[in-house]
Design a protein around this ligand. Structure first.
Ligand SMILES: Nc1ncnc2c1ncn2[C@@H]1O[C@H](COP(=O)(O)OP(=O)(O)OP(=O)(O)O)[C@@H](O)[C@H]1O
Ligand SMILES: [Mg+2]
Length: 405
Protein backbone atom coordinates (compact mmCIF):
# COMPACT_ATOMS: atom_id res chain seq x y z
CA UNK A 1 0.00 0.00 0.00
CA UNK A 2 1.22 3.54 -0.74
CA UNK A 3 2.42 5.55 2.24
CA UNK A 4 -0.02 8.12 3.68
CA UNK A 5 0.84 11.74 2.82
CA UNK A 6 1.70 14.21 5.56
CA UNK A 7 2.12 17.91 4.87
CA UNK A 8 4.39 19.72 7.30
CA UNK A 9 4.64 23.52 7.35
CA UNK A 10 7.30 25.38 9.29
CA UNK A 11 9.19 28.63 8.61
CA UNK A 12 12.49 27.10 9.74
CA UNK A 13 14.23 24.97 7.18
CA UNK A 14 16.05 22.88 9.77
CA UNK A 15 12.76 21.89 11.35
CA UNK A 16 11.45 20.84 7.97
CA UNK A 17 14.36 18.57 7.21
CA UNK A 18 14.32 17.20 10.73
CA UNK A 19 10.67 16.29 10.56
CA UNK A 20 11.01 14.77 7.09
CA UNK A 21 13.99 12.68 8.13
CA UNK A 22 12.25 11.43 11.28
CA UNK A 23 9.14 10.06 9.58
CA UNK A 24 10.10 9.30 5.96
CA UNK A 25 10.07 5.55 6.59
CA UNK A 26 6.44 5.42 7.65
CA UNK A 27 4.94 8.35 5.74
CA UNK A 28 5.39 10.38 2.60
CA UNK A 29 6.36 13.72 4.11
CA UNK A 30 5.79 16.85 2.03
CA UNK A 31 7.11 20.12 3.43
CA UNK A 32 6.38 23.83 2.95
CA UNK A 33 8.24 26.85 4.25
CA UNK A 34 5.21 29.12 4.67
CA UNK A 35 1.45 29.07 5.03
CA UNK A 36 1.04 30.26 1.45
CA UNK A 37 3.33 27.60 0.04
CA UNK A 38 1.51 25.02 2.20
CA UNK A 39 -1.83 26.06 0.70
CA UNK A 40 -0.47 25.87 -2.86
CA UNK A 41 0.94 22.40 -2.27
CA UNK A 42 -2.27 21.25 -0.61
CA UNK A 43 -4.26 22.25 -3.70
CA UNK A 44 -2.13 20.09 -5.99
CA UNK A 45 -2.88 16.92 -4.01
CA UNK A 46 -6.23 15.40 -3.22
CA UNK A 47 -5.17 12.78 -0.72
CA UNK A 48 -3.15 14.48 2.01
CA UNK A 49 -4.06 12.69 5.20
CA UNK A 50 -2.52 14.87 7.89
CA UNK A 51 -1.40 18.49 8.00
CA UNK A 52 1.00 19.54 10.70
CA UNK A 53 1.57 23.31 10.92
CA UNK A 54 3.85 25.40 13.10
CA UNK A 55 1.76 28.04 14.82
CA UNK A 56 4.24 30.88 14.74
CA UNK A 57 5.11 31.76 11.21
CA UNK A 58 5.53 35.16 9.58
CA UNK A 59 2.68 36.15 7.24
CA UNK A 60 0.17 33.44 8.07
CA UNK A 61 -0.11 31.64 11.39
CA UNK A 62 -0.61 27.88 11.60
CA UNK A 63 -4.20 28.26 12.81
CA UNK A 64 -5.00 30.71 10.01
CA UNK A 65 -3.58 28.36 7.46
CA UNK A 66 -5.47 25.34 8.84
CA UNK A 67 -8.68 27.37 8.86
CA UNK A 68 -8.22 28.03 5.14
CA UNK A 69 -7.56 24.34 4.55
CA UNK A 70 -10.69 23.41 6.49
CA UNK A 71 -12.73 25.68 4.22
CA UNK A 72 -11.43 23.80 1.18
CA UNK A 73 -11.64 20.27 2.56
CA UNK A 74 -12.74 19.02 5.95
CA UNK A 75 -11.25 15.56 5.57
CA UNK A 76 -7.52 15.92 6.44
CA UNK A 77 -6.54 15.73 10.08
CA UNK A 78 -5.17 19.10 11.27
CA UNK A 79 -2.42 19.33 13.89
CA UNK A 80 -0.73 22.43 15.37
CA UNK A 81 2.88 22.37 16.50
CA UNK A 82 4.13 25.02 18.81
CA UNK A 83 6.57 25.72 21.63
CA UNK A 84 4.56 28.53 22.95
CA UNK A 85 1.35 27.58 24.73
CA UNK A 86 -1.21 30.22 25.23
CA UNK A 87 -4.67 28.93 26.31
CA UNK A 88 -6.19 31.66 24.13
CA UNK A 89 -4.43 30.20 21.09
CA UNK A 90 -5.65 26.73 21.92
CA UNK A 91 -9.27 27.84 22.06
CA UNK A 92 -8.90 29.79 18.82
CA UNK A 93 -7.24 26.87 17.12
CA UNK A 94 -9.93 24.44 18.16
CA UNK A 95 -12.80 26.74 17.22
CA UNK A 96 -11.56 28.27 14.01
CA UNK A 97 -9.12 25.84 12.59
CA UNK A 98 -10.98 22.72 13.74
CA UNK A 99 -7.68 21.47 15.03
CA UNK A 100 -7.60 17.88 16.13
CA UNK A 101 -4.43 17.93 18.13
CA UNK A 102 -1.81 20.14 19.72
CA UNK A 103 1.85 19.08 19.86
CA UNK A 104 4.37 20.82 22.09
CA UNK A 105 7.84 21.77 21.02
CA UNK A 106 10.33 20.33 21.47
CA UNK A 107 8.61 17.20 20.34
CA UNK A 108 9.44 13.63 21.09
CA UNK A 109 9.80 11.45 17.99
CA UNK A 110 7.94 8.42 19.37
CA UNK A 111 5.06 10.51 20.67
CA UNK A 112 4.68 12.34 17.34
CA UNK A 113 4.93 9.08 15.37
CA UNK A 114 2.08 7.60 17.37
CA UNK A 115 0.01 10.80 16.99
CA UNK A 116 0.64 10.79 13.23
CA UNK A 117 -0.28 7.17 12.75
CA UNK A 118 -3.46 7.61 14.79
CA UNK A 119 -4.30 10.66 12.67
CA UNK A 120 -3.68 8.72 9.46
CA UNK A 121 -5.92 5.91 10.73
CA UNK A 122 -8.64 8.40 11.54
CA UNK A 123 -8.35 10.03 8.11
CA UNK A 124 -8.49 6.70 6.33
CA UNK A 125 -11.45 5.56 8.40
CA UNK A 126 -13.36 8.75 7.62
CA UNK A 127 -12.60 8.39 3.92
CA UNK A 128 -13.64 4.75 3.95
CA UNK A 129 -16.86 5.67 5.74
CA UNK A 130 -17.57 8.33 3.16
CA UNK A 131 -16.89 5.90 0.36
CA UNK A 132 -19.21 3.31 1.90
CA UNK A 133 -21.89 5.91 2.52
CA UNK A 134 -21.69 6.93 -1.11
CA UNK A 135 -22.05 3.32 -2.25
CA UNK A 136 -24.91 2.86 0.17
CA UNK A 137 -26.63 5.96 -1.14
CA UNK A 138 -26.18 4.64 -4.66
CA UNK A 139 -27.54 1.25 -3.63
CA UNK A 140 -30.46 2.90 -1.88
CA UNK A 141 -31.22 4.88 -4.97
CA UNK A 142 -31.09 1.76 -7.12
CA UNK A 143 -33.25 -0.07 -4.60
CA UNK A 144 -35.73 2.76 -4.55
CA UNK A 145 -35.84 2.79 -8.35
CA UNK A 146 -36.27 -1.00 -8.45
CA UNK A 147 -39.02 -0.72 -5.89
CA UNK A 148 -40.83 1.92 -7.88
CA UNK A 149 -40.44 -0.17 -11.03
CA UNK A 150 -41.83 -3.19 -9.19
CA UNK A 151 -44.85 -1.26 -8.00
CA UNK A 152 -45.40 0.05 -11.52
CA UNK A 153 -45.06 -3.50 -12.92
CA UNK A 154 -47.53 -4.88 -10.41
CA UNK A 155 -50.00 -2.13 -11.24
CA UNK A 156 -49.57 -2.76 -14.93
CA UNK A 157 -50.04 -6.50 -14.49
CA UNK A 158 -53.19 -5.98 -12.45
CA UNK A 159 -54.48 -3.63 -15.10
CA UNK A 160 -53.68 -6.09 -17.89
CA UNK A 161 -55.32 -8.92 -15.99
CA UNK A 162 -58.42 -6.82 -15.47
CA UNK A 163 -58.50 -5.88 -19.13
CA UNK A 164 -58.04 -9.51 -20.17
CA UNK A 165 -60.80 -10.60 -17.87
CA UNK A 166 -63.11 -7.87 -19.17
CA UNK A 167 -62.32 -8.81 -22.76
CA UNK A 168 -62.96 -12.46 -21.94
CA UNK A 169 -66.31 -11.70 -20.34
CA UNK A 170 -67.23 -9.58 -23.33
CA UNK A 171 -66.26 -12.38 -25.71
CA UNK A 172 -68.18 -14.92 -23.66
CA UNK A 173 -71.33 -12.89 -23.69
CA UNK A 174 -70.89 -12.21 -27.39
CA UNK A 175 -70.51 -15.94 -27.94
CA UNK A 176 -73.66 -16.55 -25.99
CA UNK A 177 -75.53 -13.90 -27.94
CA UNK A 178 -74.26 -15.31 -31.22
CA UNK A 179 -75.30 -18.86 -30.38
CA UNK A 180 -78.64 -17.64 -29.07
CA UNK A 181 -79.14 -15.79 -32.35
CA UNK A 182 -78.29 -18.94 -34.28
CA UNK A 183 -80.69 -21.14 -32.39
CA UNK A 184 -83.49 -18.57 -32.24
CA UNK A 185 -84.46 -19.39 -35.82
CA UNK A 186 -84.57 -23.07 -34.95
CA UNK A 187 -86.66 -22.45 -31.86
CA UNK A 188 -89.14 -20.27 -33.76
CA UNK A 189 -89.58 -23.03 -36.30
CA UNK A 190 -89.78 -25.69 -33.61
CA UNK A 191 -92.62 -23.88 -31.81
CA UNK A 192 -94.34 -22.72 -34.95
CA UNK A 193 -94.99 -26.24 -36.20
CA UNK A 194 -97.01 -27.48 -33.21
CA UNK A 195 -98.81 -24.13 -32.99
CA UNK A 196 -99.84 -24.41 -36.64
CA UNK A 197 -101.09 -27.93 -35.99
CA UNK A 198 -103.19 -26.79 -32.99
CA UNK A 199 -104.53 -23.80 -34.93
CA UNK A 200 -105.63 -25.98 -37.86
CA UNK A 201 -107.20 -28.53 -35.51
CA UNK A 202 -109.19 -25.82 -33.71
CA UNK A 203 -110.29 -24.23 -37.00
CA UNK A 204 -111.48 -27.54 -38.41
CA UNK A 205 -113.31 -28.40 -35.16
CA UNK A 206 -115.07 -25.00 -35.25
CA UNK A 207 -116.00 -25.56 -38.89
CA UNK A 208 -117.34 -29.07 -38.10
CA UNK A 209 -119.44 -27.65 -35.23
CA UNK A 210 -120.82 -24.95 -37.54
CA UNK A 211 -121.68 -27.52 -40.15
CA UNK A 212 -123.02 -29.89 -37.50
CA UNK A 213 -120.57 -32.52 -38.78
CA UNK A 214 -118.52 -33.04 -35.65
CA UNK A 215 -117.10 -36.50 -35.26
CA UNK A 216 -116.26 -37.29 -31.65
CA UNK A 217 -113.59 -39.79 -32.71
CA UNK A 218 -111.84 -37.22 -34.90
CA UNK A 219 -112.20 -34.59 -32.20
CA UNK A 220 -110.59 -36.89 -29.62
CA UNK A 221 -107.76 -37.63 -32.04
CA UNK A 222 -107.22 -33.90 -32.60
CA UNK A 223 -107.29 -33.21 -28.87
CA UNK A 224 -104.78 -36.00 -28.22
CA UNK A 225 -102.45 -34.77 -30.92
CA UNK A 226 -102.80 -31.13 -29.78
CA UNK A 227 -101.92 -32.12 -26.22
CA UNK A 228 -98.82 -33.86 -27.55
CA UNK A 229 -97.86 -30.71 -29.44
CA UNK A 230 -98.44 -28.57 -26.35
CA UNK A 231 -96.18 -30.89 -24.36
CA UNK A 232 -93.52 -30.40 -27.00
CA UNK A 233 -93.80 -26.61 -26.76
CA UNK A 234 -93.62 -26.81 -22.95
CA UNK A 235 -90.51 -28.95 -23.21
CA UNK A 236 -88.81 -26.43 -25.47
CA UNK A 237 -89.76 -23.53 -23.18
CA UNK A 238 -88.57 -25.41 -20.09
CA UNK A 239 -85.35 -26.08 -21.83
CA UNK A 240 -84.85 -22.47 -22.85
CA UNK A 241 -85.34 -21.43 -19.23
CA UNK A 242 -82.36 -23.49 -18.13
CA UNK A 243 -80.24 -22.75 -21.20
CA UNK A 244 -79.58 -19.14 -20.30
CA UNK A 245 -78.59 -19.89 -16.74
CA UNK A 246 -75.03 -20.63 -15.73
CA UNK A 247 -75.18 -24.26 -14.86
CA UNK A 248 -73.86 -25.38 -11.50
CA UNK A 249 -70.93 -27.71 -10.97
CA UNK A 250 -73.03 -30.36 -9.25
CA UNK A 251 -72.45 -33.92 -10.44
CA UNK A 252 -75.00 -36.67 -10.75
CA UNK A 253 -75.19 -40.06 -12.42
CA UNK A 254 -75.79 -39.02 -16.02
CA UNK A 255 -76.73 -40.72 -19.27
CA UNK A 256 -74.58 -39.32 -22.08
CA UNK A 257 -77.21 -39.92 -24.79
CA UNK A 258 -79.66 -37.89 -22.72
CA UNK A 259 -77.28 -34.95 -22.80
CA UNK A 260 -77.17 -35.30 -26.58
CA UNK A 261 -80.99 -35.47 -26.76
CA UNK A 262 -81.20 -32.29 -24.72
CA UNK A 263 -78.86 -30.49 -27.08
CA UNK A 264 -80.86 -31.77 -30.03
CA UNK A 265 -84.09 -30.23 -28.73
CA UNK A 266 -82.70 -26.90 -29.82
CA UNK A 267 -80.75 -28.10 -32.85
CA UNK A 268 -82.80 -30.77 -34.56
CA UNK A 269 -84.48 -28.19 -36.73
CA UNK A 270 -81.25 -26.54 -37.74
CA UNK A 271 -79.73 -29.90 -38.67
CA UNK A 272 -82.74 -30.82 -40.73
CA UNK A 273 -82.90 -27.44 -42.42
CA UNK A 274 -79.21 -27.75 -43.31
CA UNK A 275 -79.91 -31.02 -45.10
CA UNK A 276 -77.64 -32.88 -42.70
CA UNK A 277 -78.31 -36.48 -41.80
CA UNK A 278 -78.05 -37.38 -38.13
CA UNK A 279 -77.26 -40.90 -37.00
CA UNK A 280 -77.10 -41.86 -33.34
CA UNK A 281 -75.97 -45.33 -32.25
CA UNK A 282 -75.43 -46.69 -28.76
CA UNK A 283 -74.57 -49.94 -27.04
CA UNK A 284 -77.33 -51.67 -25.05
CA UNK A 285 -77.20 -51.19 -21.27
CA UNK A 286 -74.93 -48.24 -21.66
CA UNK A 287 -73.31 -47.35 -18.32
CA UNK A 288 -73.75 -43.89 -16.86
CA UNK A 289 -71.06 -41.33 -16.15
CA UNK A 290 -70.74 -39.11 -13.11
CA UNK A 291 -71.24 -35.68 -14.59
CA UNK A 292 -73.43 -32.68 -15.05
CA UNK A 293 -76.17 -32.98 -17.64
CA UNK A 294 -76.35 -29.33 -18.61
CA UNK A 295 -72.59 -29.07 -19.00
CA UNK A 296 -72.48 -32.23 -21.10
CA UNK A 297 -75.33 -30.79 -23.12
CA UNK A 298 -73.12 -27.73 -23.75
CA UNK A 299 -70.45 -30.12 -25.01
CA UNK A 300 -72.80 -31.52 -27.62
CA UNK A 301 -74.22 -28.08 -28.45
CA UNK A 302 -70.74 -26.79 -29.28
CA UNK A 303 -69.78 -29.93 -31.22
CA UNK A 304 -72.99 -29.74 -33.27
CA UNK A 305 -72.44 -26.06 -34.00
CA UNK A 306 -68.90 -26.72 -35.18
CA UNK A 307 -69.97 -29.63 -37.36
CA UNK A 308 -72.80 -27.62 -38.89
CA UNK A 309 -70.30 -24.90 -39.78
CA UNK A 310 -67.92 -27.48 -41.25
CA UNK A 311 -70.74 -29.04 -43.27
CA UNK A 312 -71.99 -25.80 -44.77
CA UNK A 313 -70.32 -26.35 -48.14
CA UNK A 314 -70.69 -30.14 -48.15
CA UNK A 315 -73.37 -32.17 -49.96
CA UNK A 316 -74.68 -35.27 -48.16
CA UNK A 317 -73.57 -33.88 -44.83
CA UNK A 318 -73.67 -36.38 -42.01
CA UNK A 319 -73.22 -36.29 -38.27
CA UNK A 320 -72.77 -39.58 -36.46
CA UNK A 321 -72.75 -39.98 -32.73
CA UNK A 322 -71.87 -43.28 -31.16
CA UNK A 323 -71.77 -44.31 -27.48
CA UNK A 324 -69.84 -47.43 -26.41
CA UNK A 325 -68.38 -48.72 -23.15
CA UNK A 326 -64.70 -49.69 -23.20
CA UNK A 327 -63.41 -51.18 -19.97
CA UNK A 328 -63.99 -48.65 -17.24
CA UNK A 329 -64.61 -45.89 -19.78
CA UNK A 330 -67.52 -44.64 -21.79
CA UNK A 331 -66.41 -43.63 -25.26
CA UNK A 332 -68.44 -41.12 -27.22
CA UNK A 333 -67.48 -40.57 -30.82
CA UNK A 334 -68.78 -37.53 -32.61
CA UNK A 335 -68.10 -37.70 -36.34
CA UNK A 336 -68.87 -35.38 -39.23
CA UNK A 337 -67.93 -35.55 -42.90
CA UNK A 338 -67.31 -31.81 -43.14
CA UNK A 339 -64.35 -29.86 -44.48
CA UNK A 340 -61.97 -31.17 -41.81
CA UNK A 341 -58.80 -29.31 -40.83
CA UNK A 342 -55.08 -29.08 -41.46
CA UNK A 343 -52.62 -30.44 -38.87
CA UNK A 344 -51.65 -26.82 -38.04
CA UNK A 345 -55.26 -25.97 -37.16
CA UNK A 346 -55.71 -29.29 -35.37
CA UNK A 347 -52.79 -28.36 -33.08
CA UNK A 348 -54.59 -25.28 -31.79
CA UNK A 349 -58.30 -26.04 -31.69
CA UNK A 350 -58.50 -26.46 -27.92
CA UNK A 351 -56.79 -23.14 -27.25
CA UNK A 352 -59.13 -20.41 -26.03
CA UNK A 353 -59.89 -17.80 -28.71
CA UNK A 354 -58.44 -19.88 -31.52
CA UNK A 355 -60.81 -19.68 -34.44
CA UNK A 356 -60.54 -19.91 -38.20
CA UNK A 357 -63.95 -18.38 -38.56
CA UNK A 358 -64.51 -14.78 -39.52
CA UNK A 359 -65.03 -12.36 -36.64
CA UNK A 360 -68.59 -12.29 -35.51
CA UNK A 361 -69.07 -15.95 -36.43
CA UNK A 362 -66.60 -17.64 -34.14
CA UNK A 363 -65.07 -16.61 -30.86
CA UNK A 364 -62.82 -19.65 -30.59
CA UNK A 365 -64.18 -20.51 -27.17
CA UNK A 366 -66.36 -23.50 -28.04
CA UNK A 367 -63.76 -26.26 -27.95
CA UNK A 368 -61.82 -24.75 -25.06
CA UNK A 369 -65.01 -24.75 -23.00
CA UNK A 370 -65.59 -28.40 -23.96
CA UNK A 371 -62.02 -29.24 -23.04
CA UNK A 372 -62.52 -27.65 -19.63
CA UNK A 373 -65.76 -29.52 -18.98
CA UNK A 374 -64.35 -32.91 -19.96
CA UNK A 375 -61.14 -32.41 -17.98
CA UNK A 376 -63.14 -31.49 -14.90
CA UNK A 377 -64.89 -34.85 -15.18
CA UNK A 378 -61.48 -36.60 -15.40
CA UNK A 379 -62.09 -37.35 -19.04
CA UNK A 380 -60.17 -36.87 -22.26
CA UNK A 381 -61.21 -35.31 -25.54
CA UNK A 382 -59.28 -35.89 -28.70
CA UNK A 383 -59.73 -35.01 -32.34
CA UNK A 384 -58.70 -36.68 -35.56
CA UNK A 385 -59.07 -34.82 -38.79
CA UNK A 386 -57.58 -34.08 -42.17
CA UNK A 387 -58.59 -31.52 -44.80
CA UNK A 388 -61.63 -32.78 -46.73
CA UNK A 389 -61.79 -35.87 -44.52
CA UNK A 390 -64.23 -34.66 -41.87
CA UNK A 391 -63.61 -34.76 -38.21
CA UNK A 392 -63.86 -37.31 -35.40
CA UNK A 393 -64.00 -36.13 -31.81
CA UNK A 394 -63.54 -38.87 -29.22
CA UNK A 395 -64.59 -38.22 -25.65
CA UNK A 396 -63.56 -40.73 -23.02
CA UNK A 397 -65.15 -40.46 -19.58
CA UNK A 398 -64.84 -42.76 -16.56
CA UNK A 399 -68.04 -44.74 -16.10
CA UNK A 400 -70.04 -44.37 -12.91
CA UNK A 401 -68.90 -46.71 -10.13
CA UNK A 402 -69.84 -46.93 -6.49
CA UNK A 403 -66.82 -44.82 -5.52
CA UNK A 404 -67.56 -42.10 -8.07
CA UNK A 405 -69.90 -40.29 -5.74
N1 LIG B 1 -66.04 -30.19 -36.82
C1 LIG B 1 -65.05 -29.39 -37.23
N2 LIG B 1 -64.59 -29.45 -38.50
C2 LIG B 1 -63.60 -28.63 -38.91
N3 LIG B 1 -62.99 -27.72 -38.15
C3 LIG B 1 -63.41 -27.62 -36.86
C4 LIG B 1 -64.45 -28.44 -36.34
N4 LIG B 1 -64.62 -28.11 -35.05
C5 LIG B 1 -63.74 -27.13 -34.79
N5 LIG B 1 -63.01 -26.82 -35.87
C6 LIG B 1 -61.93 -25.83 -35.94
O1 LIG B 1 -61.55 -25.49 -34.65
C7 LIG B 1 -61.64 -24.09 -34.43
C8 LIG B 1 -61.98 -23.83 -32.99
O2 LIG B 1 -63.28 -24.30 -32.68
P1 LIG B 1 -64.07 -23.65 -31.50
O3 LIG B 1 -65.37 -24.31 -31.39
O4 LIG B 1 -63.20 -23.62 -30.29
O5 LIG B 1 -64.24 -22.14 -31.95
P2 LIG B 1 -65.14 -21.55 -33.11
O6 LIG B 1 -66.14 -22.57 -33.55
O7 LIG B 1 -64.26 -20.99 -34.14
O8 LIG B 1 -65.88 -20.37 -32.35
P3 LIG B 1 -67.03 -20.51 -31.23
O9 LIG B 1 -66.47 -19.91 -30.02
O10 LIG B 1 -68.16 -19.75 -31.76
O11 LIG B 1 -67.31 -21.96 -31.04
C9 LIG B 1 -62.68 -23.63 -35.42
O12 LIG B 1 -62.53 -22.26 -35.75
C10 LIG B 1 -62.39 -24.55 -36.60
O13 LIG B 1 -61.32 -24.07 -37.36
MG1 LIG C 1 -67.28 -23.60 -32.09
Amino acid sequence: MAKAKILYIDDEKINLSNFAASFKDEFEVITAISGNEGLEIFKTYHDIAVIVADQRMPGMSGVEMLTRIYEMDTAPIRIILTGYINPQDIILAINQGHIHQYINKPWNIDQVRSILSQAVDKYQLTRENKRLLKILAGKNEALQAANEQLIADIDLQAKLERQNREAEIKMMSQAKMASLGQIATGIAHEINQPLTFIKIALESTARDIENQALSITELLEDINESQKQIRRITLIIDHLRTFGRNSSDERHPTNMPEALDSALILFKQKIKAGGVELLVTRADNLPQVYGNISKLEQVFTNLIQNSMDALEEVDNGRIEVDFQPRGQQLVTRFIDNGQGMTPEVREKIFEPFFSTKETGRGTGLGLSIIYGIISELDGIIDCESAPGQGCTFTITLPILTTDST
